[in-house]
Design a protein around this ligand. Sequence first.
Ligand code: HAS
Length: 546
Amino acid sequence: MIQKNLRAIILVELLFPLALLLFGAYHGVLQVFYRAGVIQNTEFLGIGYFRGLTAHGVINAIVLTTFFAVAFGNAVISQQLDQSVSAQVARAGAALMILGTLVAAGPIFAGKADVLYTFYAPMRAHPLFYFGVVFLVVGSWVSFWAWIPGYLRWRKSHPTRKTPLGAVGMLTTFIIWQMCTLPVAYEVIVQLIPWSLGWTAGVNVVLSRLLFWFFGHPLVYFWLLPAYVMYYTIMPRLAGGKLYSDFYGRFAFMAFIVLSSPLGLHHQFTEPAISSGYKALHAALTFLVAVPSLVTAFTLAASLEHGARQNGGQGLFAWWGKLPHFDKERWLFPYLFLGLVIFILGGVTGIVNASYSMSALVHNTSWIPAHFHLTVAGPVFLAILGMSLYLSLGLLGKKCAAPRMAAAVPYLWTLGVFTFSAGLFYGGLRGVPRRTNLGMSFLDPTSNAYRPDWRAGEYVGAVGGCLMGLAVLLFVYVLVRSLAGARSVQLAESFALPESEAYHDEEVRAVRNFTPWVIAGVIAILISYVPPLVQVLSANYPLASG
Ligand code: HAS
């Protein structure tokens, strides 16, 4: 059961970012209108293009994801490790995260932090933006620290038992987060804050980018792994069966500890100062990080097949039809299943990006947002929406007021995100740039830069963006209507997250302990990052004043 004294904290951590999501999603829809040339202006209703784009990225990709990981982690750890989370520390973490978000929101909405969600130099924000980021990240660390003493106590009092898989997944998520946020904390505190306060004359841009991207790729696994926890520990049960292999789940999580950090240079293949040898090493490691996801794909497909066959499914492919795709009692299932379907394309395009030569074709084109909307806005976002609704209603003892509509949301979102990404992939291969107000440049018929051949992709993207916006509105309708419904104390008291049993429950010592994996991760980071760091520090580029 989820601890009673954590329930209010979890609810705040779920509902606060969902309220902000309305702004985040609104600015997403505006993006497609700017890009398709429907809005031909530098601003709309007083909010400029880059201000809106920054709000969109920061709210959706940083704030929503971080709050959700902490909230879901609090629920999973307290349920699976005998209610061992320190509520006082968890409360302090949540308060810091809320403070950080509000402090950063001020400069973003005042137009003094148009630095996008990848906030590295030379673009400079108001110091309060950076302070807000620091509070948000430190708040998430504090929330993680609230789990550690209870986890150690649990290990001591259950020496022969395996740590439950969901807890392993959430601890992995935050071990990765703790490791990857240290360099970006250095960047923000030592480089960016003094520079934005005017205390230093300039900033080393290449170093700033190196530190940011050290954080930037493991960040995506911080987003992804809470969804993986749901896929491994909840989805097989919803499908009516069992997790095919407990070992493969543990192996995938542990492998991410080693592999998710030492490869951020794949965002910097065109970076000066860093030798091509190290870029090639990071490219090779990027191919390797796809392995735990491929393992996940096969393990989950087998788990789904097991569930479907328990429901009477037969044949080589016909069993797919026996999964609860449209079951209004199990409306959470399509949020997880469709996320996986979307991720097949998100993963394949990630592997394209990882290739040293292909990246040269797609880097900084609209191909990149197409890829990441099939990842962070695919499995991650759908899992966040579905679980936020499920958890908040469960904790409050309320029922879903419109379960059919709740189950329809992920279908509409999937249609929207596939359409959106198809348009952006098409454009990206033709060189359409990302992060550009196309309505004021390449899609403005009166401009010398006008590119009529770039219209089709952007129009298709705009249709997809509108469908995605509609899906968010439907979701908010279901959430608000359900929250306004009657409360049952009995339902709230008995609420717990579903937990799948394992079909193969293997005993493998190598995946019982985090320590060797963390040590291997640190060694991999040292090998892959120390020489590039030395190269960057010894390069003689002038500092940027911003
Ligand atoms: Fe990525 C850029 C490479 C995964 C997010 N990525 C980005 C950016 C974001 C992002 C936000 O190498 C842009 C950053 C910016 O603003 O500049 N990415 C990869 C690779 C993977 C990958 C190799 N990315 C993600 C995930 C993200 C994410 C996950 C968010 C959550 N990405 C790159 C590279 C760049 C990049 C370069 C830089 C490009 C550039 O030039 O700027 C891998 O982890 C992907 C492995 C995944 C798979 C898929 C497994 C499939 C599964 C589904 C199974 C389905 C089932 C259902 C069971 C191999 C698990 C079956 C159902 C049926 C109906 C059949």
